[in-house]
Design a protein around this ligand. Structure first.
Ligand code: SF4
Length: 268
């Protein structure tokens, strides 16, 4: 399995759903977790519950990966933090709430400025061009570590490498097409979590479209009423949606996704 460097999501070849396929297994698990969490409707508590599951699943994958191959990722290596990260509104609400609890007003102000600068730099760029321009995630701290590590999105949790040399080679060449070898099962399962989350939210009438990490974080930071509106099924601003990932889902996975939803339901 190989992955490209333009964003932290992987295309999935159309195929029939299967109980042996890691995508289907984790898609199903995450869909059920969304249903369970949203049984009494959307709320901050429901968001925390569904993310607990998503992060647990992601951490399971990391453990599985670690048992099969050495993980070369380490604190201070921020190469993959120059890749566009598709995330979701619950992940962003949780992340920004954590920052509000942890940071003083002045630090929140600095974060807002950093996010705004990065979003401005990336505006109008495709995810591939963004990678070529090496726009770092505004959530990196001065030492190159993730400042939201406990609350980082699923995509960041499962974006692992066993060969830093491959990551560095692509980064230095500014080449989003340079492949990095991956564990195919972990990639498929990671996609299953993401797709399960997006699909589950959509099926509950919430805006579950993939959201650009920095654009979404900036929007949540600047609008304290956004959470309430999202909970009432408001559509989020199109400008924060990762249209490339959304288009990819529709083009590549529409059939697979529909089949997987039916499959997930059949397992209950
Ligand atoms: S959220 Fe953290 S891990 Fe993810 S891209 Fe940003 S700095 Fe990197």
């Amino acid at each position: 399995m190989v992955r490209r460097r333009s964003n932290k999501v992987h295309s999935v070849a159309p195929r029939a759903p299967s109980r042996d396929n890691p995508f289907d297994i984790y898609f199903h698990l995450q869909r059920v977790a969304v249903d369970d969490a949203l049984r009494e409707g959307p709320s901050e508590r429901a968001i925390a519950a569904l993310l607990d599951k998503a992060f647990d699943f992601a951490d399971q994958l990391v453990q599985r990966w670690s048992a099969q191959a050495p993980v070369a990722c380490s604190k201070g290596c921020s190469i993959c933090c120059h890749v566009a990260v598709p995330t979701s509104m619950p992940e962003l609400f949780s992340m920004i709430a954590g920052q509000r609890d942890a940071l003083a007003d002045s630090a929140m102000q600095r974060l807002s400025v950093a996010l705004g600068d990065a979003v401005t730099r990336a505006t109008g760029l495709s995810n591939r061009d963004r990678y070529r321009d090496r726009i770092p995630c505004a959530l990196l701290d001065e030492s190159g570590a993730c400042s939201v590590y406990p609350d980082r999105p699923v995509a960041c949790r499962t974006w692992l490498s066993s060969r830093v040399s491959e990551c560095r080679s692509a980064f230095e060449a500014r080449d989003p097409d340079r492949a990095v070898r991956m564990n195919s099962g972990v990639v498929a399962a990671s996609n299953g979590i993401a797709f399960g989350l997006w699909t589950g939210l959509n099926e509950h009438g919430l805006d579950g479209r993939p959201i650009k990490l920095m654009d979404g974080a900036l929007a949540v930071l600047g609008d304290t009423a956004l959470l309430q509106r999202w909970c009432k099924s408001a559509r989020m601003p199109d400008a924060i949606v990762d249209q490339e990932v959304l288009a990819g889902l529709r083009l590549v996975d529409h059939g697979t996704l529909a089949e997987s939803v039916a499959f997930a339901r059949s397992l209950r």
